[in-house]
Write a protein of this length. Structure first.
Length: 117
């Protein structure tokens, strides 16, 4: 049976999609708010929330899993030292997607901000 796909494809192969999400997650961790398209922000949300949940665990194994996902030591350090402790009492919903206006009449992309709550 043909079932509906859960994830957005973004007209990219799987490796490029993973690299895109990894890059967006790194940028969000380092800057705590980024501007992107609405579809990418919505796809990034569960990805980054899983990383924050790893950061809340704070174990060596979770640090290694986050490091293997992000491939950036500075981002992992900030995730575990600054961002995850901020949400120690929160059970989920660490990010917010805020829609913003379109660029112009010839550009139909829906834009959004994704930020930590």
């Amino acid at each position: 049976m043909a079932y509906t796909r859960k994830a957005r494809i973004f007209n990219r192969p799987a490796r490029e999609r993973r690299a895109l999400l990894r890059s967006l997650a790194r940028s969000l961790i380092m800057h705590e708010r980024i501007a992107t398209t609405e579809a990418k922000a919505k796809e990034l949300r569960p990805f980054i929330e899983g990383l924050i949940t790893l950061g809340k665990a704070g174990t060596l194994a979770s640090r290694r899993r986050a490091s293997s996902t992000l491939h950036d030591g500075a981002a992992v350090k900030k995730l575990f030292a600054a961002i995850a402790p901020r949400y120690a009492e929160r059970k989920g919903g660490y990010t917010r997607v805020v829609k913003r206006s379109r660029r112009g009449p010839s550009d139909a992309r829906k834009l959004a901000y994704i930020m930590f709550v």
